[in-house]
Design a protein around this ligand. Structure first.
Ligand code: THU
Length: 133
């Protein structure tokens, strides 16, 4: 994968954000990612009257990724309600790490950052493989 059209991914993230269901926080989030086969997966946050049950946008992204055929996350853009880049919460960094690995890129205000920088010393699938189960 050579060419990453960051503007296209950003626009897809904004489109997903507009579908967010965030009546409680009033903080819509959208996320989009270029997948290893070239398609784009998206997600938005989906809140719940039982606040703790709400789903982050990245949860939706991963569900969309897997339910549309899987693959690896190559380049991810997460946005807030203004379309500005948003740094994913810690749990969501773990989700992105699982499906993109340390080399996946996440757009930030400082430009694209590797997941290995966004989630240093990450626990991941390799750690499970290092132990006998
Ligand atoms: N949120 C996300 O969707 N992703 C993140 O990485 C950070 C937070 C959502 C959860 C909640 O619906 C709202 O933003 C406010 O925290």
């Amino acid at each position: 994968m050579t060419n990453i059209n960051w503007d296209q991914i950003h626009q897809e993230a904004i489109g997903a954000m507009k579908n967010a269901y965030a009546p409680y926080s009033k903080f819509p989030v959208g996320v989009a990612a270029l997948v290893s086969d070239g398609r784009i997966a998206t997600g938005c946050n989906v809140e719940n009257a039982s606040y703790g049950v709400g789903l982050c946008a990245e949860c939706g992204l991963v569900s969309n990724l897997i339910s549309t055929g899987g693959g690896r996350l190559i380049a991810v853009v997460c946005v807030d309600g203004q379309g500005n880049y948003l740094a994913p919460c810690g749990r969501c960094r773990q989700l992105l790490f699982e499906h993109g690995g340390p080399e996946a890129l996440l757009m930030t205000d400082d430009g694209p950052q590797k997941m290995s920088a966004m989630l240093p010393w990450a626990f991941g699938p390799d750690d499970l493989d290092r132990n006998e189960r």
